[in-house]
Write a protein that binds this ligand. Structure first.
Ligand code: COA
Length: 263
């Protein structure tokens, strides 16, 4: 599957790709086709050297209002059942989490269920004051299936995560910021600019350093501390063998701005 997509808008400007989930009449609910397109979009962006960061956002008044409930209801009675649905969505979200370039969620509205989980799979999150976060699956007799029961407690602690999962209540952007789900809350008009400015502040740094930092953080998260520290040392060693590292340290010592080439 290659662009153009039916339910995504892909746009690249100034080395930053924006992936807009574009199914506004269904509040960007994630059906199988959207998940497949998301996976294909990230596969395509991985091989575009001119793209150095990605912003994920939603068209209209929602970021993503969850997995497509109509499709979930049908899939539950299929032979593979919901486990296959979860495996498919989770694989794509893990692809996003492990993406070697920074991925920023610009949360413009409802980020519920799979939408909240999509935002959690991104590396950082900025939100507009209109954003609402929640994992309402239990209200449907379900549980989060695209990583929510694992990524949310790792990010904000088990107690608060269970509070959100067991009540199914939505929290507003300010509360999400207080919980540590979101790093910045801005007016709706400023959301794109805030996400782009965050991306630009990352792009000043060496692309290989960014890739190794993401791999160390996301790869180490599930490991015991000793193994995670060994993984960090491996990545530290690997960046140490790059031209970018030599350029970055030389530029500091020569009191000039570095020019990173990603080698
Ligand atoms: N799956 C499928 N369709 C969805 C959807 C979802 N997760 N979320 C919203 N939609 C659809 C609605 O069915 C409606 O479609 P219709 O116009 O064809 O009837 C359309 O999007 C607009 O949603 P609506 O409910 O009318 O908007 P609202 O402003 O009254 O409510 C929400 C907004 C987000 C509170 C409400 O849509 C909602 O609760 N959505 C489900 C959230 C959820 O449980 N997510 C987890 C899924 S596992």
């Amino acid at each position: 599957m290659t662009p153009p997509f039916a339910s995504l808008i892909l746009d690249v400007a100034d080395q930053i790709a924006t992936v807009t989930i574009n199914r506004p009449d269904k509040l960007n609910a994630l059906n199988r086709a959207v998940i497949e397109e998301l996976g294909a979009a990230f596969t395509s962006l991985a091989s575009q050297p001119e793209v150095r960061a990605v912003i994920v956002t939603g068209a209209g008044r929602a970021f993503v209002a969850g997995a497509d409930i109509a499709e979930i209801a049908t899939a539950a009675s299929s032979p593979a059942g919901l486990q296959a649905v979860a495996a498919h969505g989770s694989a794509v979200f893990t692809q996003i989490e492990r993406f070697a370039k920074p991925v920023i969620a610009a949360v413009n509205g409802f980020a519920l269920g799979g939408g909240c989980e999509l935002a959690l799979a991104c590396h950082v999150r900025v939100a507009s004051t209109h954003a609402k976060f929640g994992l309402p699956e239990a209200r449907l007799g379900l549980i989060p299936g695209y990583g929510g029961t694992q990524r949310l407690p790792r990010l904000i602690g088990q107690g608060r995560a269970l509070q959100m999962i067991l009540t199914g209540d939505q929290v507003d952007a300010e509360t999400a910021a207080r919980y540590g789900i979101v790093h910045e809350v801005v007016s709706p008009e400023m959301l794109t600019e805030a996400a782009r400015s965050l991306a630009k502040s990352m792009l000043k740094n060496g692309p290989l350093a960014l890739a190794h930092a993401i791999a160390a953080v996301t790869g180490g998260a599930g490991l015991p501390l000793e193994a995670a520290l060994a993984l960090e040392a491996e990545h530290f060693g690997a960046v140490g063998r790059t031209e970018d590292m030599r350029e970055g340290t030389a530029a500091f010592l020569e009191k000039r701005a570095p020019t990173f080439r990603g080698v």
